[in-house]
Design a protein around this ligand. Structure first.
Ligand code: GAP
Length: 453
């Protein structure tokens, strides 16, 4: 796809997200809050499906991982020890001509001179470090002792609570602590829709191990995480693994892989899988003076565990899911004429709505009553949507556009008007093939879930 085609594809995706209620600009009626997004009725379902599936495979299906839900407000000592207070910075440059504040690594260059990408001006300040953390004040007094930070990653509360979790869960190495939650970074240039936001969510696992297990577990977690993306329907051919070279890794990391996705705006990081050694726990031991070590009952050794961290972004994965699934093909309209169909081919596991329920006609009481019965039957099993408005083809199209994998139509056959054999059967339509099969209503609660898992 050419650059222009990719840009057009991205524009269509952004507009669909707003039009159908996946993602809205935050505070839009006041002009918008830059780098902050609200998820609409479909967006929140998609996001919840993603987070629930991550929690299912990373925590509930494993004996060696437990969960944590840490606070967002963070003690400054935690982030001082982790290095965020002193080094979580981007080098920044100000343009004296248009007053734009720019990331030093995003400056244009012309004839060897640095140039402002906004106005083309060359009168730029030297680069200065700019801390990306949001700082706030706790309590009524405004002295330095009342400073707290909105966490820039979920990982630190896991390190700080390592001993408490170890004591209560009685886990043996290797074992992990997982967390899903909000993180905040005052990104200089939020861009590419939700890709680089100032408020976002992470899904992080800190997997603690013996030092000699670190490199093997790094390879293990990379494989597991790639499998996860495939299981949620992201095509393998658009996923790439970057083995981050030593000079670009954090100094304490013995190995880091970035899992990247080919977004329409380029290949970009979805998740980092990093072997962080014992750096974080050691930093907190030094700063707090508290023991955060592990006693191995078998070998009688006491040591500080090492950690492998798969750290994924919820918002970036949601965006990748939408970009990957967005498609256009053709389908017949009401008069049988072929027209372009927008279809989001979400994996049924991720689809915000699993099944739409349509009475053929809204003004036939018996059809509507039967459709409501089917809705009540399916509701405990999945997220369903009832729609009686407009021609049936239009209703299918509305669901295709938001990725609903199945549609059930209640027609006159269902009512037994075309023979007793078809009474209490419906058509079940498949979004991708557009094929329809006749199935018994009583089979739907088992049949549809069997196609979702
Ligand atoms: N604990 C390690 C850590 O936070 P990171 O690479 O800075 O590592 C992990 O962040 C993931 O969080 C990224 O791969 C990305 O998916 C997500 N992420 C980071 N900054 C983000 C931002 N500004 N907007 C959206 N997602 C972001």
């Amino acid at each position: 796809m050419s650059g222009k085609e990719n840009a057009q594809r991205m524009e269509k995706i952004v507009s669909l997200c707003k039009r159908r209620g996946f993602i809205f600009q935050s505070s839009e009626i006041y002009g918008g809050l830059n780098g902050v997004w609200d998820y609409g009725p479909l967006g929140v379902e998609l996001k919840n499906n993603l987070k629930q599936y991550w929690w299912q495979v990373m925590v509930r299906e494993r004996d060696d991982v437990v969960g944590l839900d840490g606070a967002i407000l963070t003690h400054p000592a935690v982030l001082k020890a982790s290095g965020h207070v002193d080094t979580f910075t981007d080098p920044m440059v100000d343009c004296r001509t248009c007053k734009a504040r720019l990331r030093a690594d995003q400056l244009a260059e012309k004839n060897g001179a640095r140039q402002c990408p906004n106005c083309g001006g060359k009168d730029l300040t030297e680069a200065r470090p700019f801390n990306l953390m949001f700082q706030t004040q706790m309590g009524a007094s405004a002295d330095p002792a009342s400073i707290a930070y909105l966490r820039p990653e979920t990982a630190q509360s896991i390190f700080v609570q390592f001993k408490n979790v170890l004591d209560v869960s009685r886990k043996k190495l290797p074992f992990g602590i997982a967390q899903i939650g909000k993180a905040f970074r005052n990104e200089i240039n939020p861009r590419n829709f939700t890709f680089r936001s100032r408020e976002f969510e992470q899904m992080e696992l800190e997997y603690f191990c013996r030092p000699e297990q670190g490199m093997d577990l790094l390879a293990y977690w990379l494989k597991e995480r790639i499998r996860f993306y495939e299981e949620i329907g992201i095509s393998r051919k658009r996923l790439h693994v970057l083995d981050v070279p030593e000079k670009e890794r954090a100094f304490y990391s013995k190995g880091t892989f970035d899992i990247e996705y080919e977004f329409p705006f380029g290949r970009q990081e979805l998740e980092g899988v990093a072997y962080r050694t014992d750096y974080d726990l050691q930093q907190h031991i030094k700063a707090s003076g508290k023991p955060l070590d592990y006693f191995d009952e078998e070998t009688k050794e006491r040591f500080v565990p090492h950690v492998v961290e798969p750290s994924a972004g919820v918002d970036r994965t949601v965006l990748a899911l939408i970009c990957d699934a967005y498609d256009e093909d053709s389908a017949p309209d009401e008069k049988g004429k072929m027209e372009t169909r927008i279809v989001i081919r979400f994996h049924p596991r991720m689809a915000p709505i699993k099944c739409a329920i349509f009475p053929l006609l809204r003004n036939k009481e018996a059809l509507v009553a039967k459709a409501r019965e089917v809705q009540a039957l399916l509701r405990p099993h999945m997220n369903v949507f009832y729609d009686e408005g407009g021609a049936i083809g239009r209703r299918y199209r509305r669901q295709d556009e938001i990725g609903t994998p199945f549609g059930v139509t209640i027609d006159f056959e269902t009512l037994g008007e075309k023979g007793e054999g078809l009474r209490d059967t419906v058509t079940l339509r498949d979004r991708d093939s557009m094929k329809q099969e006749r199935v018994a209503i009583k089979d739907l609660p088992q049949l549809i879930p069997s196609k979702i898992r």
